[in-house]
Write a protein that binds this ligand. Structure first.
Ligand code: SF4
Length: 717
């Protein structure tokens, strides 16, 4: 008899439900010696509301990667030029606690840093916050969500007073016009795209606008593709607002009753006439007018965006400029409409809710807010003042801290910064200087393991039970159904054990992850992301969206859960949403005579991030065998390049080599390279080697998306 476990796909933020069918393999002798892929069949879960049984190649092949190249036991070395030696957990945990105590004595708690991941389950995030921000008293916890979602977080907070996408996936089936900007949804969030595309095909009145410098698979099927120049998003958004005003399509009642800052925005927009906007963006006046007319004529407009907007030195301003259009036309809080950020990672949302960035605390709280700190000190039974009021080190600040010698202990978990950080040469040099780096991951080797002193084996999907929240605020319980590989432990268990050994026994007295979740849920009471009505037990019967209050307040969730702001009450002081007035600043590093191209980066359909899993799956490697550099035929001709020829791409910070893919999908003087391949998979083809780390002043988001480069012909095919 086969049994079925329900869980979640651990790749992107779409959060597709999976069913794991356990095959009847009585004749297979030893479970531990049989690869997981031979024991289970993975398929989409038809009962999961977010994905309705759909699944892409990554989710469908997940079981193939689980047993390959795993880190099975702790390993340690005293310097980076030595080989790792296997050690016991006792030795590993003692080494961590000794080092933490020493750094606190010599450098203070500011010398401790943790860099976590949207791959964590919420329970992992929560315990890490309690350990670092609560017990140890440093806010130096940041996560790789800093590199993808922090601009969306900051934009929502500044416009609405709180984080949290207002929309849900049902809006994909109900909208009259989808406005996709900075997202190759067809490849990066394929199941969302399938759902939207089905609605688009079946309903001829539905319009699809795609804004992207590159003619992506998403743009191919759009009614209108606006191939703007990189860095001109805000010009375009303000230009659409200009035309909406000119046609008198603004919603005066909504603006008057539910917004702040309108007069200033109205003044700003006067600078964005079609002539100005189209010459900056490199599009026709007719296309700009068509975009504005689609907005104006549609009763329900849904904006979707991801890293093309977020990964920018003006990411927050871009997010708020998108939201401005919704406030101008009253397109929020109703079915089929609203601004909807798509999360990159499976639990980037859960991380935000649990306070997993260096300026946040669990329950959508802020480290700079005295009341928020006091509430958590009270919950955690810590002395008043234990939580620091200082924003902790962001991802890039950790690198600066390593360079200056101010970071004495670095703990990296479930992420691969030696591929994903900007300015990789500088990043790697900084990691080399770290006095003590703990690297906790399921796989070995990764590019980052080369920079670790201590490796800790972590359990992963299939081996640990916990929760994840997807882009539509839906929480799914991911149940374990397989014993941990080797000596691997759950991330939260490792953090809790260190906490106990450092003298905080009563704070980390949890029997299992359901107890961790129960404590965390109470901390969200009356917060925008209230989940007091959710338990592991309740989730085992089906995934739930937040807000989901319990304790007799269930009626609130019946009104507010599916879409936020249906009552048009925002989380600002006066309950009104804020218009934002931003002029476009353009690219942080525009092209020039020496570096005449703008390099953009992104994902391909089959691979995931730094390929730690997908690089080990045959079918996906056959789909995408190597990286590439898209270049326009005119530029290829000028450089005398032929299809497949290897070129060197150089920025002011580094260089990488790629085979060229000559295509009209990319505009002249713009390039595109996928961001996945690190040195383990393709020597010298690390796109992030070239990107630069200047940050968005509001979200501290480092610039990853575009930088100025030159292309050098090498004469190698
Ligand atoms: Fe997994 Fe995302 Fe593919 Fe869904 S769309 S199966 S969540 S990778």
């Amino acid at each position: 008899m086969s049994t079925i476990t329900k869980t979640l796909c651990p790749y992107c933020g779409v959060g597709c439900g999976l069913e794991v069918v356990h095959l009847d393999k009585k004749d297979l002798v030893q479970k531990d010696t049989v690869p997981l892929v031979d024991l289970v069949k993975v398929r989409g879960d038809r009962s999961h509301p977010s994905s309705q049984g759909m699944v892409c190649v990554k989710g469908a092949t997940i079981a193939e990667s689980i047993d390959k190249d795993r880190l099975a036991y702790p390993m340690m070395r005293s310097s980076l030029d030595q080989d790792f030696q296997q050690v016991t957990w006792e030795v590993a945990l003692s080494a961590i606690c000794d080092r933490i105590s020493k750094v606190i004595k010599t450098q203070g708690v500011d010398g401790l840093c943790m860099y976590g991941s949207g791959q964590f389950q919420t329970e992992d995030y929560y315990i890490a916050q309690k350990l670092f921000k609560g017990c140890l008293g440093t806010n130096n916890f940041d996560a790789n969500s800093r590199l993808c979602m922090s601009s969306a977080v900051s934009g929502y907070v500044k416009s609405f007073g709180a984080d949290g996408p207002p929309c849900c996936y049902e809006d994909l089936d109900l909208t009259d016009c989808a406005f996709i900007i900075g997202s190759n949804t067809a490849e990066c969030h394929p199941i969302i795209f399938n759902r939207l595309r089905k609605h688009h095909k079946q309903n001829p009145h539905v319009k699809l606008i795609v804004v992207d410098p590159r003619r992506t698979q998403t743009a191919e099927v759009a009614d209108l593709h606006l191939g703007i120049r990189p860095g001109t998003d805000i010009d375009l958004l303000n230009g659409i607002a200009y035309l909406l005003f000119e046609g008198n399509f603004q919603s005066e009642d909504f603006i008057h009753n539910h917004t702040n800052g309108y007069a200033e925005f109205r003044e700003l927009i006067k600078n964005y006439s079609p002539d100005v906007v189209t010459s900056r963006c490199g599009i026709s006046i007719q296309d700009l007018e068509t975009a504005a007319s689609y907005w104006a004529q549609s009763k329900k407009v849904l904006s979707l965006w991801s890293m093309g907007v977020n990964q920018s030195t003006e990411g927050t301003a871009k997010v708020q400029s998108i939201i401005n259009l919704h406030l101008l036309t009253g397109q929020i809080g109703k079915a089929g409409a609203g601004p909807f950020s798509l999360t990159g990672q499976p639990n980037a949302m859960g991380g935000r809710e649990a306070g997993g960035l260096s300026h946040l605390l669990p329950g959508y709280r802020f480290v700079t807010n005295p009341q928020h700190r006091a509430e958590l000190e009270n919950h955690w039974q810590l002395p008043s003042g234990n939580i620091s009021d200082k924003i902790g080190r962001t991802a890039w600040d950790i690198i600066r801290g390593l360079e200056s010698g101010d970071v004495g202990f670095l703990w990296i978990a479930a992420t691969n910064p030696a591929v994903s950080f900007p300015d990789l040469e500088r990043t790697k040099k900084a990691l080399m200087r770290s006095p003590f780096t703990v690297y906790q991951d399921a796989y070995y080797p990764t590019e980052t393991s080369a920079f670790a002193h201590l490796l800790l084996p972590a359990t992963q999907w299939s081996e640990k039970t916990g929760t994840m929240t997807n882009s539509e605020r839906r929480i799914t319980l991911c149940e374990s159904f397989h014993s941990p590989l080797g000596e691997a432990r759950d991330d939260w268990q490792i953090f809790a054990e260190v906490g106990r050994r450092l003298g905080f026994s009563k704070h980390f007295n949890f029997k299992d992850s359901s107890e961790v979740y129960a404590e965390y849920a109470q901390i969200t009471r009356d917060r925008p992301c209230d989940i007091t009505g959710i338990t592991h037990d309740r989730l085992s019967k089906g995934a739930l969206q937040w807000p989901c209050p319990g304790n007799g307040r269930e009626s609130i969730s019946r009104v507010a859960t599916k879409r936020l702001y249906g009552n048009l009450q925002f989380h600002t002081a006066n309950g009104k949403a804020n218009f934002a007035s931003y002029h476009s600043k353009g690219l942080a590093e525009p092209s020039d005579q020496d570096y005449p191209f703008v390099l953009t980066i992104g994902r391909v359909y089959g691979h995931w991030h730094t390929m730690t899993r997908t690089g080990r799956i045959k079918k996906i490697n056959q789909m995408h065998p190597h990286p590439f550099l898209e270049i326009h035929p005119k530029d290829a001709k000028n450089l005398n390049l032929s299809q497949g020829e290897i070129v060197e791409v150089k920025s002011r910070r580094g260089s990488a080599r790629f085979p060229v893919l000559i295509t009209e999908a990319i505009a002249p003087l713009v390039l595109f390279a996928p961001m996945h391949w690190g040195s383990l998979w393709a020597d010298n083809a690390e796109a992030n080697n070239l990107t630069h780390p200047e940050s968005d002043p509001y979200s501290f988001q480092p610039e990853l998306k575009a930088c100025a480069v030159q292309v050098i012909k090498l004469g190698v095919v």
